[in-house]
Write a protein that binds this ligand. Structure first.
Ligand code: FES
Ligand SMILES: [Fe+2]
Length: 337
């Protein structure tokens, strides 16, 4: 073959590859653990490639706002305080509710007319579920187009208190999520004895997978929530993951692990505890790399190949990518992903 016949795009040198050519996706994303945010607390957080102010009103209602006051631009997270269910700016004490409406200007005889018509501070739709605070991210501020599902494993007293873990990762959320359809890596990277047999389907914002005939069953709801249930000898354990896009190149992978409350000391309790320990890499006699932490060496150092060379044994990588595009505004027009 002459040099002219070689498809240069395929062998494009890595110098030209962008590590994370993705925008921040649309969806519900984890913000903070409910029990970590007290009434009246104000906290600065980094999420969706910018800074936000998270606060909890005196009635318990949480809010996530843009940090900079619409008045003269003071940072609400540096000196701002909670008053009732509002956050009060330190500079001139204007107050805003969790929906971004200006509720009070202590020295105005007449409120600016715009404050009667619309919110003036950008805030995110927020809800609290399964002991987690969630925010809806859409770059154009469009309202939520789906709701978070019920997860009895996280809410019901039939399950043990979830064990939580977090890992900072130097890559975009799509790269982490793609592992969900990369079935061969479960053998070669994670040490599964075989490549699992997988059945899967994509449906609107959801993705379902069933591996090895019910041994591992997963559901995804957009890019920010994934539930996996592992079964062994009739006992099952649950892993709920809720990764956060921190910047375009940094993610925080967060997980909760739980299982049904079996009688203490029973065979079932031992199996369930072992499944959880195995997932978090604390099972005795096993390599302590952890269920997900073996992925980190790959994720932290890889580059995204928009035109990967695939083989017939690979999972539905391209199908997954086209499903994921629906979470990018104008995703179909992004031709480098
Ligand atoms: S800058 Fe916030 S009240 Fe003036
Ligand atoms: Fe993995």
């Amino acid at each position: 073959m002459s040099v002219q016949e070689v498809d240069q795009k395929v062998i494009m040198g890595s110098r030209h590859l962008e590590r994370c050519p993705f925008p921040i996706p649309v969806g519900w994303f984890f913000v903070a653990y409910s029990d970590s945010l007290a009434k009246g607390e104000v906290r600065n957080i980094q999420l969706f490639d910018q800074e936000w102010v998270l606060f909890r009103g005196e009635s318990g209602k949480p809010g996530v706002t843009d940090p900079f006051c619409p008045h003269l631009g003071a940072h609400l997270g540096h000196g701002g305080v909670v008053v009732g269910d509002n956050i009060r700016c330190p500079f001139h004490h204007w107050e805003y509710d969790a929906g971004g409406w200006c509720k009070k200007i202590p020295y105005a005889s007449k409120m600016p007319p715009i404050t009667e018509r619309q919110p003036i501070l950008r805030t995110l739709p927020v809800q609290e579920k399964y002991g987690l605070i969630w925010a809806w991210h859409h770059p154009n501020m469009d309202p939520p187009t789906w709701d978070l599902p019920e997860i009895p494993d996280m809410d019901s007293s039939d399950y043990v208190k979830p064990h939580r873990k977090s890992w900072p990762i130097n890559t975009a959320i799509q790269e982490l999520a793609e592992n969900g359809v990369d079935f061969p890596h479960l053998k070669f990277l994670h040490g599964n004895p075989t490549i699992p047999h997988a059945e899967y389907r994509f449906e609107d914002h959801k993705y379902f997978v069933n591996m090895d005939h019910g041994a591992q069953v997963g559901e995804s709801y957009g890019p920010g929530l994934n539930i996996f249930r592992f079964s062994r000898n009739g006992v099952s354990a649950t892993m709920v993951s809720y990764t956060q896009p921190i910047t375009r190149e940094q993610s925080m992978m967060n997980m909760s692990f739980t299982h049904k409350r079996y009688p203490e000391g029973s065979q079932e309790a031992t199996v369930a505890e072992h499944i959880v320990k195995h997932m978090i890499g604390e099972a005795e006699g096993e390599d302590a790399a952890g269920f997900e932490s073996v992925d980190l060496v790959v994720w932290n150092n890889k580059k995204y190949r928009a035109r990967p060379v695939l083989c017939d044994g690979d999972g539905p990588i391209l199908q997954y990518r086209s499903w994921f595009k629906k979470f990018y505004v104008d995703g179909d027009r992004l031709n480098n992903i």
